[in-house]
Design a protein around this ligand. Structure first.
Ligand SMILES: [Zn+2]
Ligand SMILES: [Zn+2]
Length: 372
């Protein structure tokens, strides 16, 4: 159940620390087992109330809970490491940098940029997906496979056949008197024999080796967001490891090449180089380019085109994930290709051209250099 701690305390998610404390104090008085003769139902509610307050009164735990709507069973919520299905190839120490993430509109409903904190990584699964530049430009779908942990359905996650714990008679708790902020109170502590689970395993589940968890293979078709860049991550909410009290998320980090078939990417812009002859640069030409992925584009090479000129096609680059209302540009770079091999006809023409240039130079640099 998501965010149930707030409803347990009957407060809104915007409640201040003071309000949380006040709400807890009120409920604790109402539900305290001493007032109900250890009624099992009230006792369970009291236990849950303490659990809720334990989380919501701790800044760090609360921050985590506010993000996930649930807490881990296993107590290692802080830097819990990766879920079982992690298949990445990078060092965990780099995660803060790598996950300058994009959470696509089609996935979690959140659009925008966000850095992932390491505390988020807990029941989540991380994976890498290699796609082509073409996939990134055109978008599309991709079938992925991954493994995740889920509750063992043979033992319903209990780890085996169970019976009511005799040490605590199924209370899951033992009572002790403690000094609290409200004065001395009788408080419940988890039973040491059953670990507060009310039940004891009497026959281990062989299917999950009494862990209560099994691995499942998942096949899924995901959307590739147009414009996704190398290192960007999308989040598939609830597709991570599944436990009784909630699911982790699946994070897919994309590996995308920067170059493909002569097309190079720089953010949302695409670059392509075309080589023209000196004669085309000097006189005039018209070219129809057959670009990889993008198809045909016509360019007009005007008389006197310089080497390095860039012809830009605005809004014909890649989709922008951060600013959806406009796209990048397609930049065609003009490179004047100086021929190193000439036919005899071409050689004669270049020689004639050179003679003409020398004639014009008169007292040009060549005469100065070689003497007249
Ligand atoms: Zn017990
Ligand atoms: Zn099992």
């Amino acid at each position: 159940m998501q965010f149930e701690y707030y409803s347990i305390l009957s407060i809104s998610r915007e409640a201040t620390p003071e309000e949380i404390k006040k709400a807890y104090r009120k409920k604790a008085m109402e539900l305290h087992p001493d007032r109900h003769g250890w009624d099992k139902q009230k006792e369970a509610e009291f236990k849950k109330l303490n659990e809720a307050y334990g989380v919501l009164s701790d800044d760090q735990k609360k921050a985590h809970y506010d993000r996930h709507g649930t807490m881990d069973n296993h107590g290692h919520w802080w830097f819990g490491g990766f879920g079982g299905g992690f298949q990445g190839g990078f060092d965990a120490g780099d995660l803060g940098d790598i996950f300058s993430s994009f959470f696509g509109g089609g996935f979690g409903g959140q659009t925008g940029w966000r850095s992932r904190k390491r505390a988020d990584i807990w029941e989540d699964i991380e994976m890498r997906l290699r796609i082509s530049l073409e996939d990134s430009i055109l978008g599309g779908t991709r079938k992925i496979e991954f493994e995740r942990s889920t509750t063992c359905h043979h033992c319903s996650g209990k780890g085996g056949k169970t019976e009511t714990c005799k040490s605590c008679n199924g209370h899951g708790q033992v009572r002790e008197r403690v000094q609290t902020v409200f004065g001395v109170m009788e408080q419940a502590r988890a039973c040491g024999t059953c670990g507060g689970k009310w039940e004891k395993i009497i026959e281990k589940c062989t299917y999950c080796h009494a862990t209560g968890k099994i691995k499942e293979k998942i096949e899924k078709t995901i959307d590739i967001p147009k414009g996704i860049e190398n290192g960007m991550t999308i989040k598939l909410r609830g597709e991570g490891n599944k436990w009784n009290d909630g699911n982790g998320d699946l994070y897919i980090t994309f590996t995308v090449p920067e170059n493909e078939g002569g097309l190079a990417r720089d953010g949302a812009d695409l670059h392509y180089s075309v080589r023209i002859s000196p004669a085309e640069a000097v006189l005039w030409s018209e070219r129809t380019l057959d670009l990889p992925i993008l198809g045909k584009r016509s360019i007009d090479i005007k008389a006197g085109t310089q080497h390095g000129l860039v012809i830009a096609f605005r809004d014909e680059g890649m989709e922008r994930l951060d600013r959806k209302w406009w796209k990048g540009s397609l930049m065609i770079h003009i490179e004047v290709d100086i021929p190193s091999k000439l036919s005899s006809d071409q050689k004669k023409l270049y020689e004639a051209l050179l003679q003409s240039e020398w004639g014009k130079m008169k007292k040009g640099w060549m005469e100065e250099f070689f003497g007249s």
